[in-house]
Design a protein around this ligand. Sequence first.
Ligand code: C5P
Length: 194
Amino acid sequence: MKFTVAIDGPAAAGKGTIGRAVAEAFGFAHLDTGVLYRAVGVRGGDPVAAAQSLSAEDLARDDLRTLEAGQAASRVAAIPQVRAALLEFQRRFARREGGAVLDGRDIGTVICPEAEVKLFVTASAPVRAHRRWLELGGDEAQVLAQVRERDARDMGRADAPLRPAPDAVLLDTSDLPVDQAIARVLDLVRSRLA
Ligand code: C5P
């Protein structure tokens, strides 16, 4: 069975938490596609060459979750050849047998427009910055500035900008407890599987 759940949205909206819960509940494979761009960003050197030769080791680095890695990822993610180099792997993952959940920015629009479930998960910038700050610490005002900078870069780029697919279900998690967000998405997936 091929069944793809595409979860897009800005940083720290809750995509990863929801994606992991869906994958676990239905036994689907899960890919956090941001990790691919983070690994390219932190490798340094020519980003196109890095994207074309990403290894399992690159993806297992322990410095991929930092704010710096997020910023580096969003810079290299604006380079069309970087995106092109990562496209096929993501498409194959999306259409693998047994079901797949992918979270990112362009899953429902570019990687897998035929996904059976498309979600666009969002939350206000201050709420998302607060979550990131609880996770990573540092100066909350600076975290908010970085979230806004990354949003602007991800939404403003020419290639695969961050935007909801026309047929995506919108989920604003600003005031929605995480267990309720997960419950709603599980219901949606269940109804599409039926
Ligand atoms: O989701 P995460 O914060 O890990 O993503 C890091 C950066 O990678 C994003 O800000 C975005 O620029 C880029 N990205 C992307 N397309 C994806 C996933 C991530 O452009 N599908």
